[in-house]
Design a protein around this ligand. Sequence first.
Ligand code: SF4
Length: 233
Amino acid sequence: MSTTITPVGGAEFAERAAEELEEASAQEIIAWASQTFGDRLCVTSSMADALMVDLVSRQVPGIDVIFLDTGYHFPETIGTRDAVASVYDINLINVEPVRTVVEQDLALGPRLHGRDPGICCHLRKVEPLQRALAPYSAWLTGLRREDSATRRATPVVQWDGRRRMTKVNPIARWTQEEVDSYMAENGVIVNPLQYDGYPSIGCEPCTRRVAPGQDPRSGRWAGTGKTECGIHI
Ligand code: SF4
């Protein structure tokens, strides 16, 4: 693959890169990101599975992998994080909110997630990620167009204006079948909750099981009208 893109960042740069890379494979997009941003590139993982970690670490060994440790994760998610950190060639960065859950409960009252999930997500996910991403010029995500209606138009490269950095989504075009077959063929580590009715996994208080065939993300913040934590909007 050859490209004439100049690594300057910004909205116009990202739009041009998205156009040029729209038909490229995930591996080609990751290679482009690595060549373009060097060590100012990281990847985020929710530890629902290690698909992105597997894909990226094959081409960028030792890459920084950011995990948001909200204090509310299922034990299975923490176990998956630890397994991923020991199996793959990555540098796992465990990012915590300013306040522990106990400190937040004391300051703002218990179960903020049930009273105002928007503020809880901001304090435990959005702000810590903002802080963690500050040293980088670009981040790789596992966003896919199939994930939800709000992600249908996800480009493979976009400008993240809020954080003033480039966001790269190498598997944006992948279908669930492509995800399943890559994971099976490569023995990718999967969070065991995925085999127990949780196709989309977030914090324990805000994630419910979904019935087979239901929208995979319908178990997230069920009944609240909230569909995103705020990281990707
Ligand atoms: Fe809080 Fe729920 Fe958001 Fe986790 S997903 S940060 S518990 S509101």
